[in-house]
Design a protein around this ligand. Structure first.
Ligand SMILES: Nc1ncnc2c1ncn2[C@@H]1O[C@H](COP(=O)(O)OP(=O)(O)OP(=O)(O)O)[C@@H](O)[C@H]1O
Ligand SMILES: [Mg+2]
Length: 389
């Protein structure tokens, strides 16, 4: 019962009404019991005094007469009139008392409702003004407290989004600055005659410009994928076929770097997965591309898949640089590279590839993660996809 009162505003209101009704009943009963007889006899007294001055005759018993109260002249209704006046008087006091009780009870209960609402109103105004650290105090477990709790959670999300937005602006400007600085450096050196205006120098400038344009493309893709602003055309597709298609596309780069790519571990009898073919190729290209970049010449990359209850688990295992445990959690963050200079020198990109891959796998209802025995010992990327059945 106490729990229900604490948890529901409707029960609180009902209890407040019941309290007022109960007090009214008690007060009325007390008034009729204790004050009515006294008021009645007082009125009787007044009435007989009135008769004593010769104007009226003694009243008859109540209910027998005309019931006209202190009417002019004597009458049988005088007794009833005394009774009625007595009861009305005591009822008058009772009503005043009950109204006071009702006011006190409603003030107490409405305070419990209005105070948290006011707090929510002013907090939401402050958040609208951009102060995302704002929170409201939560006390109790009723609907208003739950609302306050959800409000706080919403404020937390807004704060996180704002922090991410600021971080993103910082990261993007940092990423753009590097190739831009390089381009303007080459130009300045050529203007000053420090570097010859040779095809090699122009080629360096072109490389930096194309890195810049790739970064802009990646950023555009990232924002599209993270905002969910693309259509996911889910169809039953053969995972083995898609892996082989991707492997074929990358085979020349693998051959050039002398890294072996083994896709024979894929069982052709695996059931189809429910996926968007192009998006799945995008994920595979990213993982196989990374495996190639971060595996030295002579290494191996192996793709396999196992069937679970409702999903297929794909793994891309390489014998490359490996990943330390503290970096494993962060490599899916945007712009995160284990070693900035190594990634750039080794042909790595801007640290967006895995962020996009994760967003795409999540959109398919799957998971993506990585394991590695440690640096220099290779790593295995896993992701799951729901089967089409
Ligand atoms: N197979 C791997 N072995 C070791 N480290 C890896 C591997 N795959 C990714 N990493 C690490 O994770 C980081 C993030 O990878 P991600 O694919 O997101 O970015 P990237 O390859 O640097 O650039 P891009 O945006 O062009 O893909 C890489 O910079 C690298 O340090
Ligand atoms: Mg990559």
């Amino acid at each position: 019962m106490i729990k229900a009162i604490r948890e529901h505003i409707s029960v609180k209101l009902l209890v407040s009404y019941l309290v007022v009704l109960l007090v009214s009943g008690i007060v009325l009963a007390l008034a009729v019991t204790f004050t009515a007889p006294e008021a009645y006899s007082r009125h009787m007294q007044m009435s007989s005094n009135f008769i004593g001055d010769g104007t009226h005759t003694p009243g008859a018993m109540m209910g027998q007469g005309r019931g006209s109260g202190y009417g002019p002249g004597p009458g049988p209704g005088a007794g009833f009139a005394d009774f009625r006046a007595g009861v009305f008087e005591s009822l008058g006091y009772a009503v005043i008392f009950v109204v006071l009780v009702a006011v006190v009870v409603s003030v107490v209960f409405s305070r419990q409702i209005v105070a948290p609402l006011r707090a929510l109103m002013s907090a939401s105004q402050r958040i609208a003004d951009g102060r995302y650290t704002e929170r409201v105090q939560v006390s109790g477990t009723d609907e208003l407290s739950q609302l306050a709790e959800r409000f706080n959670r919403m404020a937390e999300r807004l704060e996180e989004t704002e922090t991410r937005r600021l971080q993103m602006i910082g990261d993007v400007s940092h990423e753009l600055r590097t190739p831009l600085t390089a381009i303007s450096g080459y130009m300045e050196a050529m203007t000053d005659g420090v570097l010859p205006a040779s095809p090699e120098t122009y080629e360096q400038v072109r490389l930096e410009a194309s890195r810049l344009s790739r970064l802009v493309d990646d950023l555009q893709e990232l924002s599209r994928v993270e905002a969910g602003a693309y259509h996911l055309d889910l169809q039953p597709v053969s995972l083995a076929d898609l892996v082989r298609t991707t492997a074929k596309r990358l085979s020349k780069q693998y051959l050039d770097k002398q890294v072996r790519l083994d896709v024979s571990g894929l069982d052709a009898a695996l059931p189809a997965v429910l996926a968007d073919q192009d998006r799945l190729i995008q994920v595979l290209t990213n993982l196989l591309g990374n495996a190639l970049i971060y595996t030295p010449a002579g290494g191996d990359v192996k793709v396999s898949a196992v069937l679970g209850t409702l999903e297929i688990q794909v793994s891309v295992q390489d014998s490359g640089l490996g990943i330390s445990s503290e970096n494993m959690e962060r490599i899916f963050d945007r712009f995160y590279r284990v070693d900035q200079s190594r990634s750039r020198a080794g042909g790595g990109g801007s640290g967006i590839g895995l962020t996009i891959a994760k967003a795409l796998v999540d959109a398919h209802g799957g998971r993506i993660w990585v394991t590695s025995p440690g640096e220099g010992q290779g790593s295995t990327f896993f992701f799951t996809l729901p089967t089409a059945r």
